[in-house]
Write a protein that binds this ligand. Structure first.
Ligand SMILES: [Zn+2]
Length: 276
């Protein structure tokens, strides 16, 4: 049994009431530490370490709003790469969660919230969705993020990249992308450099993914904002000629004016009894 097979097995056993369930980290010394990217949702603070059940000193924890990855050379991906190269991370997990406020916030509501903070619409890039990488499906967001990481040229081709979605209420982990299976399909083996993913050069024309430059969401960057300094200096303006997407695609119409308050935190979430 490999590390994430054991993690998922222990998680499901514990939730089914198995008092003996738990991960034995010593059996997976060669697969630890792991590098995880999760959302900033504070409900995950006590929950996620329990869900994974691995020692704190074997858990490299990166976070951003919505566990969003905007591009194969984005800032978050550079941190993932450094976490593997410098901190010795052996496997990567992108971990989404149910009831994610980033996923439940429509573009219209987000623009309203930003306006309330003094940020007018014209100060934002035209493609607000792409810019922030917002999503409507936590599961799809995780699958997309895993795919970007897997294809990134700065992630070792033999590093397993997993995708999980955690139920914020129960702590149940769903393994939506099995990074081991993906490696088997691509034929990557430890030490087999270049076995998967594109090269840096193949990632497109300059302006899409330039090291040292802010990387606007990778999908259609060339159409809209190009370089950070251009946008900030006003040389790139939102294009009035660019038609808006159809209303049905743009966002859910008649967005609710209020975002429900998340349920209260669980002060002492404990999945594995007797562990610290
Ligand atoms: Zn979230």
């Amino acid at each position: 049994m490999r590390l994430f097979e054991a993690i998922i097995d222990a998680n499901h056993r514990a939730l089914a009431g198995d008092q003996q369930a738990g991960l034995r980290p010593a059996e997976f010394a060669g697969e630890l530490p792991i590098v995880a990217l999760s959302c900033i949702d504070v409900r995950l603070n006590p929950l996620l370490p329990e869900v994974l059940g691995i020692p704190k000193d074997q858990f490299i924890w990166l976070r951003n709003a919505g566990n969003i990855i905007t591009g194969p050379l984005s800032s978050t991906l550079r941190s993932l790469a450094l976490a593997c190269a410098i901190k010795g991370g052996k496997e990567i997990a992108i971990i989404g969660h149910t009831d994610c406020l980033v996923g439940r916030t429509t573009t219209m509501v987000l623009i309203d919230r930003l306006r309330a903070l003094g940020i007018e619409r014209q100060m934002l890039p035209p493609n607000v969705n792409e810019f922030f990488g917002t999503f409507s499906s936590e599961r799809a967001n995780v699958i997309k993020a895993v795919d970007i990481v897997r294809r990134s040229p700065i992630i070792g081709p033999a590093v397993p990249v997993h995708g999980l979605v955690v139920d914020i209420e129960t702590g149940r982990a769903e393994w939506v992308v099995n990074g081991y299976q993906v490696l088997e399909l691509t034929g990557a083996r430890p030490g087999a450099a270049g076995a998967a993913g594109p090269s840096m050069d193949s990632l497109g024309s300059p302006g899409n993914f330039e090291i040292g430059e802010m990387n606007f969401p990778n999908a259609k960057i060339g159409d809209t904002a190009t370089k950070t300094e251009d946008w900030l200096s006003g040389r790139v303006q939102p294009s009035p000629a660019k038609p808006s997407p159809p209303a049905a695609v743009q966002a859910k119409p008649a967005a609710p004016p209020r975002i429900p308050v998340p349920p209260p935190l669980r002060p002492r979430f404990r999945l594995y009894k007797g562990r610290n």
